[in-house]
Design a protein around this ligand. Structure first.
Ligand code: ISL
Ligand code: CA
Length: 516
C-alpha cells in the first residue's frame, strides 16, 4: 500500500443510517455495512468515508456529536467499528471518518457542564456564551439553517450556534478545545482509521469585532490544521480531507499547503450547470488551483447535502448554488439520468481523487415527495419549509426485491423509499449490463488500472464538446450539444455512458476511447 494511495483514490461515501440495516429497526448500522462490504469491494472503491458515527441525538443526522470517542448505539459498538476497520482493510479498503470540530451536541458533557457551571465559568469558555443586548441576542448573526445564530439559556446568557440550536459552537481560541481534538484524532488513528474528513473546516475562528457575520476562513484556522497535520504525520499514511466551501481559489489552496490538509473537496464542478464551456472552465480552474501546489484535484458529483445528480441535471436550472438551492423544481429524470451517466464518466476520468456518494452509483433520483411530517433535516425545519431540505438525498438504499424496504431492512426504513425504485435496486442493476451500477463498476475498474492521479491534455473538439486525454492514451469525450457529433479518430471504444450511433456520439453522452 503506497504512501500516496489517496491521490488517485475512489472514495465511497457511506451515510450509515441509510446504507443497510442489520437489525431491523429501520436505521442503517455497522452490521448492515459489514454485510455489504463485498458489494463495495466489487464496486471497486479504495476507501470508505463514513458520515459521523458517534453517539448523537440526531438533531443534524449525527453532525451533533455527543461523544467523540464512541459509536452511536443505534449504529453499533466501538468494538464493532474496530472490526469493520479491520474487515475493510482485509479487502484493501481504507476507512475515513468524519470529525466535527466547529460544534458539538447540546447533549455533549462539555455543554451540559457549561450550562450547570453558569456565567463566568471555565466550562462556558469552551463555547461562545455572551450577554445579550437587552432581550436581543449579542449580535444579528444568522444560523446557516435559518433563524438567529444565538439561543438563550435560562440564566439569561446566549450561546452561538452557526447551525441548529442543538449544535453549540466551540471556542477555538481556548487551548482546551485544541487539546481535546488532538486527543480525539489520536483516539481514532490508534484504532486504525486511515483518514479524517473535517466538517465545516473553514468556520472555526470567529471575529465578533467585525460589523458583518465574520466566521469564514480566518487565518487562525490554519494554525489548527497545522497542529492536526503534525499528529497525522506521526501516524504516517493517514490523511486529512477538508470540507472547505470557499469560492476564492487562492484562499482555498492555503488549506492544501504541505503542512496542512492532504486534500479538500472541490465543490466547484458540482456547482456548475450542464454546459460544456462552464464545465471546462471549472475543470481548468480546479487544475490551476491544485497542480502548482502539488495537491491532487478532487471530483465530487454529490453528497448528503445536495440534490441527487439525476434530478439536478434534469432540471431547467441545473446549478447547485450554495446560497440558492433549487430543490423541489420539476425534473426530467430521463434527461437527468443521461447527463448523470455522462458526468460520471467525466468525473471518473479526471486526474485526482473521486468521491462517490452512496446511491449515486445506482442513479437514485432525489426523493421530492417525502411527507412533511417525516422530514428530519434541520435545514427543513429551521427554514420554515421554504426549502424541502436534504432528506431527499438521504433515503435508504434499495438493495433487492420488488418493493420497499428493498432488502435494506426487515423493518420500516426511517425515511420511506419510493415504490418506483424497484428497477434501481443493486440486485436488478447487477444483472443489467447497461445499468448505472454496471457503468460505475466498469469505469472504476479501468480507472484503477490507468487513471487516478496525474494530468490531462485537452484535445481539439467542436463547440459544445469536451475532449481530454490522459497519460495512458485514454480519451474522454462528452457531447453537450442537442445533436450527435462525430467521434474523433480512435483505436477502440472502452466505455460509453449510453448507446453510440455508429461513429456518432449522441447528445448528452460521454465515451472513453483508446487513442494509442
Ligand atoms: O448543506 C449545506 C448546503 O446545502 C451547507 O451549508 C452545509 O451545511 C455546510 O457545507 C456544512 O456541511 C456540513 O456540516 C453541517 C452538516 O449539516 C452537513 O451535513 C455537513 O456536510 C453541520 O455540521
Ligand atoms: Ca439498525
Amino acid at each position: 500500500m503506497s504512501e500516496t494511495w489517496w491521490r488517485g483514490a475512489a472514495i465511497y461515501q457511506v451515510y450509515l443510517r441509510s446504507f443497510a440495516d442489520g437489525n431491523g429497526d429501520g436505521i442503517g448500522d455497522l452490521a448492515g455495512l459489514r454485510s455489504r462490504l463485498p458489494y463495495l469491494s466489487d464496486l471497486g472503491v479504495d476507501a470508505i468515508w463514513l458520515n459521523p458515527w458517534y453517539p448523537s441525538p440526531m438533531a443534524d443526522g449525527g453532525y451533533d456529536v455527543a461523544d467523540y470517542r464512541d459509536i452511536e448505539p443505534s449504529f453499533g459498538t466501538l468494538a464493532e467499528a474496530e472490526k469493520f476497520i479491520q474487515e475493510a482493510h482485509a479487502l484493501g479498503i481504507r476507512t475515513i471518518i468524519d470529525i466535527v470540530p466547529n460544534h458539538g451536541s447540546d447533549q455533549q458533557k462539555w455543554f451540559l457542564d457549561a450550562l450547570a457551571a453558569g456565567p463566568g465559568s471555565a466550562e462556558r469558555e469552551r463555547f461562545w456564551f455572551a450577554e445579550g443586548n437587552g432581550d436581543l441576542p449579542p449580535n444579528d448573526w444568522k444560523s446557516i439553517f435559518g433563524g438567529p445564530a444565538w439561543t438563550r439559556v435560562p440564566d439569561g446568557q446566549w450561546y452561538l450556534h452557526l447551525f441548529a440550536p442543538e449544535q453549540p459552537d466551540f471556542n477555538w481560541n481556548n487551548p482546551e478545545v485544541v487539546e481535546e481534538f488532538h486527543d480525539v484524532l489520536r483516539f481514532w488513528f490508534d484504532r486504525g482509521v486511515d483518514g479524517i474528513r473535517i466538517d465545516s473546516a473553514a468556520l472555526l475562528i470567529k471575529d465578533f469585532d467585525s460589523e458583518e457575520e465574520s466566521y469564514t476562513d480566518h487565518d487562525g484556522v490554519h494554525t489548527i490544521y497545522q497542529g492536526w497535520r503534525q499528529i497525522s504525520d506521526e501516524y504516517g499514511e493517514r490523511i486529512l480531507i477538508g470540507e472547505v466551501w470557499l469560492p476564492d481559489q487562492e484562499r482555498f489552496a492555503l488549506y492544501l499547503r504541505p503542512n496542512e490538509m492532504h486534500t479538500a473537496f472541490n465543490f466547484d464542478f458540482m456547482a456548475r450547470r450542464w454546459e460544456a464551456a462552464e464545465l471546462r472552465a471549472s475543470i481548468d480552474l480546479t487544475l490551476a488551483t491544485h497542480v502548482p501546489i502539488g495537491a491532487p484535484p478532487t471530483w465530487v458529483l454529490s453528497n448528503h447535502d445536495v440534490p441527487r445528480p439525476v434530478t439536478k441535471y434534469g432540471r431547467a436550472v441545473t446549478s447547485f448554488d450554495h446560497a440558492e438551492r433549487n430543490d423541489g423544481m420539476p425534473s426530467d429524470l430521463v434527461l437527468g439520468e443521461r447527463r448523470a451517466r455522462a458526468a460520471a464518466l467525466m468525473a471518473m476520468a479526471l486526474p485526482g481523487s473521486l468521491y462517490v456518494y452512496q446511491g449515486e452509483e445506482l442513479g437514485l433520483p432525489e426523493v421530492d415527495d417525502i411527507p412533511d411530517e417525516l422530514r428530519q433535516d434541520p435545514m427543513w425545519t429551521r427554514s420554515k419549509h421554504t426549502v424541502p431540505g436534504r432528506d431527499g438525498c438521504r433515503v435508504p438504499l434499495p438493495w433487492s426485491g420488488q418493493e420497499p424496504p428493498f432488502g435494506y431492512s426487515t423493518g420500516e426504513p426511517w425515511l420511506p423509499q419510493p415504490a418506483s425504485w424497484k428497477g434501481l435496486t443493486a440486485e436488478a442493476q447487477t444483472a443489467d449490463e447497461s445499468s448505472m451500477l454496471s457503468l460505475y463498476k466498469a469505469g472504476l475498474r479501468i480507472r484503477r488500472a490507468e487513471l487516478g492521479d496525474g494530468s490531462l491534455r485537452w484535445l481539439d473538439s467542436p463547440e459544445g464538446v469536451l475532449a481530454f486525454a490522459r497519460e495512458s492514451g485514454l480519451a474522454c469525450v462528452a457531447n453537450f450539444n442537442p445533436d450527435a457529433v462525430e467521434l474523433p479518430p480512435h483505436e477502440g471504444v472502452l466505455l460509453a455512458s449510453g448507446p453510440l450511433e455508429g461513429n456518432l456520439l449522441p447528445s448528452d453522452t460521454a465515451v472513453w476511447l483508446r487513442t494509442g
